[in-house]
Structure formats: C-alpha cells, structure tokens
Write a protein that binds this ligand. Structure first.
Ligand code: FAD
Length: 290
C-alpha cells in the first residue's frame, strides 16, 4: 500500500501509525537474513517497514529494493525503500527507478545521503532535487526531517524552511531523525506547522543500548542528550543489561507521551532487533491492528 494512504487511513481512525526501520544485513545471504528479521516484525503489524540504502557508508545499497519487495510481497506489510542521490546522475537515477519498479517498490524515502570524501555532486545536490523525479515516476515519496536541525544547519527556522521545500517538491510524508527529547519534538512540530508543513510526520525513536552506541549516534546526527538519559547512563554504566533495559523503558515512555500528544506516527529505529521492535510496538495502542 502507498504510505500516504496508510497515513490517511490512520488519521481517519484517529490512530497513530507504527513503522520500523531496518538495514540490509551485511555479508552474504543478505536477503535470507533480512527475511528472518522482517518475519519477526510482521506479526507486530507495523503499518510499514522502511529499508535503508547504504546508510552510514555501509555500501549495501544493492539489497534495498529486493528487501523492500520481499517485505511487501511475501510478508504482506507495506514497505519503503530509502534512496540517496549524492553522486547520482540523471541516467543512474533512471536505472534505479527501473530497478525499483521491477521490484514492485511503491514508496521511496528520498534522501541526499552523507557526503563521501572525494565524491562529486552530479545532478542532484539536495533531496528536494530528487523528489520531483520520483513523484513523476509514480512513487509515493517521503523525506527526512530533523527535529533538532540537520547537523550541517545551525538555524532551526531555516532548517524547517528547507523541510517545507521538500514538501513543496512532492514529499507526502516525513520521517524524523532519532531524538531523545519529546520537548524538542514538540517544539519542532510547532516550528514545522508555522512553516506550513502539513504532510504527516512520523517520529523516529531509537532505544539506547550502550554508551558507545549512543555516543556514535549523537556525534553522527547531532541529537542532544537530555539529563534523564545522562543520569541513566551514569547509573548503569557498569551493568550493560540494566542499561539496555533502561534504554527500552525510556523509549517506551517517549512513545507513550508522543501518542498521548496525538502524533501521526512512531518510527522505530530497530537496529534489526526484533526485541526492540516488539517492546516499542507494545507502547503504541494496538486496537484494530494485526
Ligand atoms: P537534504 O534535505 O538535502 O539536506 C541536506 C543539507 O542541505 C541540510 O543541512 C539542509 O539544511 C541543506 N540544504 C537543503 N536545501 C538547501 C538549499 N536550498 N540551500 C542550502 N542548503 C540546503 N543516509 C543514507 O545514506 N541512507 C539511508 O538509508 C538513510 N536513511 C535516513 C533516514 C532518515 C529518517 C533520516 C533522518 C536520515 C537518513 N539518512 C540516510 C541520513 C541522511 O542521508 C543524512 O542526514 C544527510 O546528511 C541528509 O539527507 P537529507 O535527505 O535530509 O538531505
């Protein structure tokens, strides 16, 4: 199903959409291992599962469309294939579009991607330049949003103006970067509304699992660490399993609060972990699902 339709239905029912992000497993038998992961997600009845495209320079972009296709065709769950445009030429995009269509991909999350040293910008400088070509090709297109601002943009108002440009270019839903502070998320929601963003936004939540993982994420995307998170890190520094549990509990409290504030969607960064998906899904009201 098209994701804009998913959000329309959930909005009519006054329910919060639930989605998961997964990445193509590294190494051999990528599709088989992705199938095992996604098969554990399916009984949780997500509204869609999104599949990353070479995120963090992992170089596993080739598997994205096959995994997205497997999720929708074999598991009956709507899927979104991510696509980055950094370094892409028009003819390469045309080939990608053909590949996605042949795989039956309906939904694409249009992204710029992170700069790779030595890589030149070709025909698409920003995500907003990619979106019209994907819409024209018939895809339902989403884009990324940054509640605390993109790491390369210090001005939060300018950041939402650029977000609005992605909506104007044809994005019909937005997925946010992970964020550990609901106050930041609510401030972002108000800013985006003032800037004229009207398409549904699903809020990215990632339970922290370890201090190292948290440090990596925070440096990569510029998310802030609120003091309750820092206190949990300090309290459970020497107890990895208690820290993981605290991370899951914190994520669930964030989700429950977001749902009670009427957000359109929760997008769980699962890290390919069915336990993370299961626990977070449990914090989103279930009536009518599955
Ligand atoms: P853009 O919207 O193009 O913005 C990039 C930068 O350019 C921002 O600083 C913005 O402020 C600035 N900008 C935009 N328009 C203009 C303008 N007109 N003039 C000047 N500056 C401008 N990466 C991957 O490699 N693979 C993935 O699968 C992936 N999935 C992601 C999923 C989500 C939900 C999110 C939030 C991020 C994901 N990323 C992924 C990371 C993403 O590629 C990076 O954050 C990237 O740096 C920005 O991508 P974007 O599409 O938001 O870029």
């Amino acid at each position: 199903m098209r994701v804009d339709e998913v959000f329309r239905l959930r909005c009519e029912e006054k329910k919060c959409a639930l989605s998961f992000e997964m990445f193509p497993p590294k190494g051999e038998l990528t599709l088989d291992r992705a199938r095992e992961v996604a098969a554990e997600f399916a009984p949780l009845a997500p509204d869609f599962v999104s599949v990353t495209y070479s995120a963090s320079g992992s170089g596993n972009a080739e598997a994205t469309s096959a995994i997205a296709s497997m999720i929708s065709e074999e598991l009956g769950v709507s899927s979104v294939a991510h696509l980055t445009c950094m370094g892409l030429s028009r003819s390469e995009l045309a080939e990608k579009i053909d590949e996605f269509k042949a795989a039956g991909v309906q939904n694409v999350l249009a992204l710029r991607g992170d700069p790779v040293p030595g890589q030149q910008v070709r025909d698409y400088r920003y995500a907003k330049d990619l979106i019209p070509d994907l819409v024209e090709a018939g895809f339902c297109v989403g884009a990324a949003a940054y509640p605390e601002g993109h790491i390369a943009c210090d001005d939060l108002d300018l950041d939402v103006e650029r977000l609005k440009e992605k909506q104007d270019a044809g994005a019909s839903f937005l997925v946010t970067q992970l964020c550990f502070s609901n106050e930041e998320l609510y401030r972002f929601r108000d800013r985006a509304a003032r800037a004229g963003v009207t398409v549904p936004v699903t809020y990215g939540i990632m339970p922290f699992m370890s201090k190292q993982q948290l440090e990596r994420m925070v440096f990569m995307c510029g998310a802030s660490l609120p003091s309750p998170v820092i206190k949990l890190l300090a309290r459970y520094e020497d107890d990895p399993s208690a820290l993981r549990q605290a991370g899951m509990d914190y994520a669930c409290r964030q989700i429950e609060d977001l749902v009670s504030h009427g957000v359109e969607g929760i997008h769980v960064y699962t890290m390919n972990r069915p336990d993370v998906a299961r626990v977070c899904a449990g914090a989103v009201p279930r009536e009518g699902r599955g």
